[in-house]
Design a protein around this ligand. Structure first.
Ligand code: ATP
Ligand code: MG
Length: 361
């Protein structure tokens, strides 16, 4: 069986550190591992419209931002097909058929959707399209016969639903769809990186992000105002690590080499944590170190972005070519789905024969 990856992001804003640790970093590693037959990365504009129907300009502007972020982190169009969801209409048709295989109650149970409905004040009136986006995600994944989906933890319920749809589809219509596996970050903190305000998830919609395209000055400012330990008033006070953003970010980004380079008084993160909990270590020192650590990741991304920004038509060409390639693959799956569902009337010569015989001609 082919090894295929599909992941994507909503063009609702620029990509941030949560995306980087939750999914982007892994994608680039997998891309360069040479272990996969095909890799697809999707800019999910149709999904973004499910909760931004009244703001198409926002989605349009952010398609190019997300594409620039992809290219800056090292997603290579020679190895990975980058495409725009709405340019592959086969995905919409698949979603329409899959909707028959899922109950309303099943979607309502999805904890990520539940949180998102609350966050968007959709409790009273939820757009049908938004409610159904997990089903549309199942078509994105299955259209490319993806076997591996590298995403953050918030996507686990979507992959679970996709797996149920695949099982149900294959059971009713015969073996057609490939079964996907979720691939979560290995590092626990990277599964759901909190926001700079200490909220559970860094998210475009919550405005608590450090963006990959932020300037060094913006990053420093955001780190300096990060949520730490409200009880740690004096440097000599013992500090608490739980929910302490700079330490959580260090868990995600720092390594022993960073200590050697920027904070040689400590061998590793454990020593720094021990000092903080004992008392006598100020938040300023931790934050200054974190700024240096983050810059190691962000500076090269920023540089590559600047280069691509000089050539926007080339970026659109990459998206166009990728979308055409993606469409071919999705169309092939759709043909198989239609055949399995017996709605391939004009390709099925047996059908004509069978019906003719029934009417004696
Ligand atoms: P929105 O608020 O518009 O939903 P978002 O910030 O949640 O935006 P998405 O485009 O929904 O971003 O998510 C894209 C991918 O990034 C998904 O795989 C998701 O799991 C991952 N991801 C997003 N935020 C985080 C985070 N804070 N930590 C880890 N992974 C994340
Ligand atoms: Mg999201």
């Amino acid at each position: 069986m082919e090894k295929v990856i599909l992941t994507g992001d909503r063009p609702t804003g620029k990509l941030h550190l949560g995306h980087f640790v939750g999914s982007l970093k892994r994608r680039v590693e997998l891309q360069n591992s040479g272990e996969f037959d095909k890799i697809f990365v999707m800019i999910a504009d149709a999904q973004a419209l499910t909760d931004n129907a009244d703001n198409p300009e926002k989605v349009r502007q952010n398609v190019i931002e997300v594409a620039l972020d992809y290219l800056s982190v090292g997603i290579d169009p020679a190895k990975t097909t980058i495409f725009i969801q709405s340019q592959v209409p086969e995905l919409t048709e698949l979603a329409f058929y899959y909707m028959n295989l899922v109950s309303v109650a099943r979607v309502q149970r999805n904890p990520t959707v539940k949180t998102e409905i609350k966050m968007r004040n959709f409790e009273q009136s939820i757009p049908v399209g938004f409610f159904c986006y997990p089903v549309s995600q199942a078509s994105d994944i299955t259209a490319f016969k993806a076997t591996v989906v590298p995403v953050g933890e918030d996507q686990a319920p979507m992959i679970e639903l996709t797996r149920e749809i695949v099982t149900r589809f294959n059971h009713i219509y015969g073996d057609t769809l490939a079964m996907p596996e979720i691939m979560l970050p290995e590092n626990q903190v990277c599964m759901r990186l909190p926001g700079t305000d200490g909220q559970a998830k860094m998210s475009k919609s919550l405005g608590n992000c450090i963006y990959l395209s932020d300037t060094a000055k913006e990053v420093a400012k955001k780190v300096k105002s990060m949520y730490t330990d409200p009880q740690h008033l004096n440097i000599s006070d013992p500090g608490h690590l739980e929910g302490n953003c700079p330490f959580i970010y260090l868990d995600a980004f720092s390594n022993d080499g960073h200590f050697e380079k920027y904070l040689p008084e400590y061998k590793n993160l454990q020593e720094l944590k021990d000092h903080y909990t004992r008392g006598g270590l100020g938040d300023g020192t931790v934050k200054k170190f974190l700024i240096n650590v983050l810059e190691e990741t962000l500076a090269p991304i920023r540089e590559r972005r600047k280069e691509w920004e000089q050539n926007i038509p080339a970026v659109y060409d990459i998206l166009k070519e990728g979308s055409e390639k993606a469409r071919e693959v999705a169309a092939k799956t759709l043909d198989e789905v239609r055949a399995a569902m017996k709605i391939n009337y004009f390709d099925d010569l047996d059908l004509v024969k069978e019906q003719s015989k029934k009417y004696g001609n």
